[in-house]
Design a binder for this molecule. Structure first.
Ligand SMILES: [Ca+2]
Length: 143
């Protein structure tokens, strides 16, 4: 009759303290017989890590639109990449940073996945000719 015993491997310290991406353990099992017998196996534990920061492909973007462009019109698309090889560590999300120049953050909208920036409010309602908008790109890590 085969007898199995469940066993567990606990994490004793924070894995985020290290950059090791793979742990390889040699696991042994022994019986209580005489003579004693044993077997071994290798256990590989891969660790998904968020090691890389997403980066825009340009430091600055600039474009010009007519003030009569309707709400929802495309302005431009920003683009960023993340060098992590696993998901969700390499999935990125765009946003417009809230700032002191609140008007700029409200006049335009950005699609969180595509990076497409669109007109969010009537441009003719304002007299400004230049808007400076700060953008953020973040990893979509869900915990
Ligand atoms: Ca990342």
């Amino acid at each position: 009759m085969t007898r199995s015993i469940d066993t567990y491997i606990d994490i004793w310290f924070s894995l985020s303290m290290y950059t090791i991406a793979c742990f390889q353990l040699l696991v042994s099992v022994y019986d209580s017989g005489a003579p004693g017998r044993e077997d071994q196996t290798t256990l590989v534990i891969n660790i998904n890590r968020n090691l890389n920061t997403p980066r825009f492909n340009q430091t600055n973007y600039q474009d010009t639109v007519y003030d009569y462009e309707p709400v929802g019109s495309s302005v431009l698309t920003v683009y960023a990449t993340d060098s992590d090889i696993t998901s969700p560590e390499n999935m990125i999300m765009y946003s417009i940073r809230e700032s002191n120049t609140l008007l700029s953050t409200r006049m335009f909208a950005i699609h969180p996945i595509s990076g497409l920036i669109t007109v969010n409010r009537e441009l003719t309602a304002e007299t400004l000719n230049n808007y400076r908008v700060s953008l953020d790109v973040t990893c979509q890590i869900l915990h």
